[in-house]
Design a protein around this ligand. Structure first.
Ligand code: AHN
Ligand code: ZN
Length: 334
């Protein structure tokens, strides 16, 4: 399905080193953050603060004030941290039920001229309905999306903070993409389940990519629901089908870092998520997502419920995912 309507579209860029926006969240330090092994160290507490900074706005449902303000915060924070370029894509898209959604995709670029690029992505919107709740009234309420939305975005913000203070290998660039409207998909009790009702921000992005066709990122990593307590990450089915070498690369880094208890070397569920569309656009992309929870057999028990709150975020989980992503990036040769 093509996006039903795109009313406004703007792509704005601003180089902004040394032109920091007002501080919103996050540590001030611009010093290199390297440990004794010369490794770049992910700060899980900083990532947790970025998760909380998002949930503090309330549910980030497209069209709401909380959504608008959170998007502005994320873009301003990328600039303040020192991303080389911050791009925002604004558009209006039409949801499955005809609702017009004002969306904003936000990208922070590091080494924008480098010949070899990596794309990291997460969705920053939150779901308008807690449709996994038992209670009918509760099902109509929007969710905080601490895990489902804010966790991946929070990890990416901390990765951005590290990229700003630890030079990338020569010739390597990284694009950090926060996509909108991933989670406005058809409610679970809807008679028609429309796969393409999800990931509207990414569907817009792949039609308006800031890449020349010959300069696509060599691989991509999507982070979704990376903050669950004791979460384990199985090799997501479509990621293996579409980007097997990337799954191998990331799981090898995780295991080498000692996270073999969290990154499990077996195939998990098949998840419709932003990576599907990035693969469609020619970027081999995986999804790091908790998709084989011990209690549910699929997502975290808080998924699409009113319990998806900051209290149920585990900084240790953010830490293992963030460190694995950083190690993968800094070890990228080709
Ligand atoms: C499925 O339910 C198969 N995909 C939804 C992906 C998703 C929703 N990720 C976060 N929220
Ligand atoms: Zn969701």
């Amino acid at each position: 399905m093509a996006l039903a309507a795109v009313v406004t579209a703007a792509l704005t860029g601003c180089g902004n080193r040394g032109n920091a926006a007002a501080s919103t969240v996050g540590p001030e330090s611009r010093q290199p953050q390297e440990n004794s092994a010369g490794k770049v160290t992910f700060d899980a507490d900083s990532a947790f603060k970025y998760v909380k900074a998002q949930t503090d706005f309330g549910p980030r449902v497209p069209g709401t004030e909380a959504h608008r303000r959170c998007g502005a915060m994320l873009a301003a924070e990328l600039k303040r941290l020192g991303a080389d370029t911050v791009l925002t894509q604004e558009a209006t898209v039409t949801a499955f039920d005809g609702t017009r959604l004002p969306i904003v995709n936000i990208m922070g670029r590091f080494n924008p001229e480098a010949p070899m690029r990596v794309l990291l992505a997460a969705h920053w919107d939150s779901r308008p309905w807690a449709d996994s709740e038992e209670d009918e009234t509760a099902r109509l309420k929007p969710i905080d999306g601490a895990n489902d939305g804010a966790s991946g975005t929070g990890v990416l913000m901390e990765v951005a903070r590290q990229l700003a203070s630890n030079p990338l290998p020569a010739g390597l660039g990284v694009d950090i993409l926060m996509v909108d409207a991933e989670d406005y998909g058809t409610p679970s009790d809807s008679p028609r389940q429309d796969e393409d009702s999800w990931c509207l921000g990414t569907q817009y992005f792949i039609e308006h990519m800031p890449y020349k066709p010959t300069q696509l990122p060599i691989y991509g990593i999507v982070l979704d629901m990376v903050g669950g307590r004791d979460a384990k990450f199985h090799r997501e089915y479509f990621s293996q089908r579409l980007a097997y070498p990337v799954v191998n690369r990331v799981w090898a880094e995780a295991i080498a870092a000692g996270y073999g208890d969290r990154f499990i070397n077996s195939t998990g569920g098949a998840i419709t998520d932003d990576h599907i569309y990035l693969n469609k656009a020619g970027i081999p992309t995986i999804d790091i997502i908790e998709n084989d929870n011990e209690l549910t057999g699929s997502f975290n028990p808080t998924w699409h419920t009113l319990d998806d709150t900051i209290e149920n975020i585990d900084p240790a989980t953010l830490g293992v995912v963030g460190q694995t992503v950083l190690n993968t990036i800094y070890n990228t040769k080709k």
